[in-house]
Design a binder for this molecule. Structure first.
Ligand code: B12
Length: 167
């Protein structure tokens, strides 16, 4: 596959983080790999990220997508507080932010109500305990496409290698 070097060579960026109370890490490692394969440059802030630190990193990196992952059961309450703070920040108010994982303490019971609350608080999408990642991947691909079209960015060599392998 050939590359036209006249285009800027930068991928859309994703800021990946857990919520302040959550110390689980393998969910974040997994999502970092998934997002990289989907053509994003990923800033993975890791577990137990205070709201202020996440917002500070958002201002610094100006990501195209913010992905919040939580599995300890407190994702819905931490996430509601966090998204309100993100939406109140002028630099990040328009950034798409999604959340997923195990968001309540009682399995998927109450998932529909949690999704409603999280969406109305400001998340763009909610992926509760998503064994099937395809809805998330479709969302990420939509953001990727919109950003690439708007900025004239093209995929970098890593992404092209990935596309070639899949053909
Ligand atoms: C390993 C583990 C730990 C380790 C973590 C080590 C580490 N460095 O990460 C330790 C021992 C530290 C730990 C601690 C705790 N844990 Co723990 N832990 C687990 C365990 C066994 C595996 C988690 C894991 O790594 N999975 C592998 C990753 C790749 O998968 P995943 O986390 O499920 O994420 C997937 C999906 O959820 C989804 N996903 C996740 N986020 C997102 C985001 C988006 C946008 C999308 C699309 C998808 C998505 O995609 C991932 C891949 O499929 C699970 C049980 C289990 N079998 O799942 C419990 C579990 C997550 N832990 C649990 C609990 C309760 C705790 C503690 C609160 C226990 C305690 N009382 O101290 C503490 C948490 C403390 C804290 N402050 O957060 C509960 C959570 C219950 C709930 N949500 O209702 C679980 C489910 C166990 C259980 N069945 O009760 N834990």
């Amino acid at each position: 596959m050939t590359t036209d070097n006249s285009y800027p060579r930068r991928n859309p960026t994703a800021l990946l983080s857990s919520v302040s109370s959550d110390s689980h890490t393998w969910n974040l490692v997994y999502l970092e790999l998934v997002l990289a394969e989907a053509g994003y440059d990923v800033h993975n802030l890791g577990p137990c990220v205070p709201d202020e630190l996440l917002i500070e990193n958002g201002r610094r990196h100006r990501p195209d997508l913010i992905v919040i992952s939580s599995v300890n059961g407190h994702g819905a309450s931490d996430g509601t507080r966090l998204i309100q703070r993100i939406r109140a920040d002028a630099a990040l108010a328009g950034t798409p932010v999604v959340i997923g994982g195990k968001l309540g303490t009682d399995g998927t019971a109450g998932a529909v109500e949690r999704e409603r609350l999280l969406l109305s608080a400001g998340f763009a999408a909610v992926f509760e305990d998503a064994a099937d990642l395809s809805p998330f991947l479709a969302f990420a691909a939509g953001v990727h496409r919109a950003v690439s079209t708007a900025t004239g960015r093209i995929p970098d060599e890593h992404t092209e290698r990935y596309v070639t392998v899949r053909m």
